[in-house]
Write a protein that binds this ligand. Sequence first.
Ligand SMILES: Nc1ncnc2c1ncn2[C@@H]1O[C@H](COP(=O)(O)OP(=O)(O)OP(=O)(O)O)[C@@H](O)[C@H]1O
Ligand SMILES: [Mg+2]
Length: 294
Amino acid sequence: MGTVLTLKLINRGKVRDLYRLGDPDEKLLLMVASDRVSAFDVVMKEEIRDKGKVLTAMTEFWFEYLGDRFPNHIVATNPTLQDLGEELPEEFQGRAMLVREAEMLPIECIVRGYLAGSALKEYQISQTVHGQKLPDGLSAGMKFPKPLFTPSTKAESGHDINISFGEAARIVGADTAARVRDMSIQIYEIGARRAEEVGVILADTKFEFGFIDGEAALCDEILTPDSSRIWEASELLAGGEPTAYDKQPLRDWLESVGWNKLPPPPSLSVAVQESLRNRYIAVYERISGREFLS
Ligand SMILES: Nc1ncnc2c1ncn2[C@@H]1O[C@H](COP(=O)(O)OP(=O)(O)OP(=O)(O)O)[C@@H](O)[C@H]1O
Ligand SMILES: [Mg+2]
């Protein structure tokens, strides 16, 4: 038995806690996904039981599925005593990924296959999506002829802002912007094909990239219900509003109670919490073909 790892918290996001492992020059981080849930950039007071484990398992599945096709930050998705040199604290089991520390790009790499969310709102106002002009007459839930790369700023505080590819290129440089755009679209297409095989639609998703050893690498969580919109395919096809296996039911509920989207958020009932939990587990099990073990 090794001793239990001592960890230094270096960053607490809305959902994840980042700990440094060893000396800073080793550039190793432990990313631990909590059960926190945020909506409209506000963290809810209640947690969604097991959510951090589901997101970690889903990210693990996808990184395995992608293999070594894209540079990424993973050292070990399920770090063992051997990886860490010490015992992982019990409360981190199933939630931790050992990753290489990256210099994160200050943009979010969103890919959209379908018209929804903030892109739908923008389209309804100006017929554009992240500044790109689109044809008339598109409606909610419609599929784009080709997936769109629609970046946003990654705001330190407050809301991210949708930007054009040109603006992203000004922020991170033209070469890097083109590289992360191409990778984002390819990974989205791989994910969307897998989703389709099991009858769900990956409507859109967000990736984060960072520089590791001078190369843009895929970081953070990938293709999870926190970072994506995932719909029941048959229901969309039938023309209805599809079941959403993501945060949309929570957003809808928060809007239905008239919350002004400023802290403090309203309390989530057990029914709302359980409904989200069940959807996350269901879509994880369907896409990965694995059973969720809490
Ligand atoms: N390999 C990595 N090296 C450094 N930072 C990373 C790496 N992978 C992910 N991150 C960062 O870790 C944080 C993950 O935390 P979390 O997902 O809770 O954040 P968030 O609330 O989504 O976003 P933020 O707090 O950045 O607004 C993000 O800030 C993300 O950019
Ligand atoms: Mg995040």
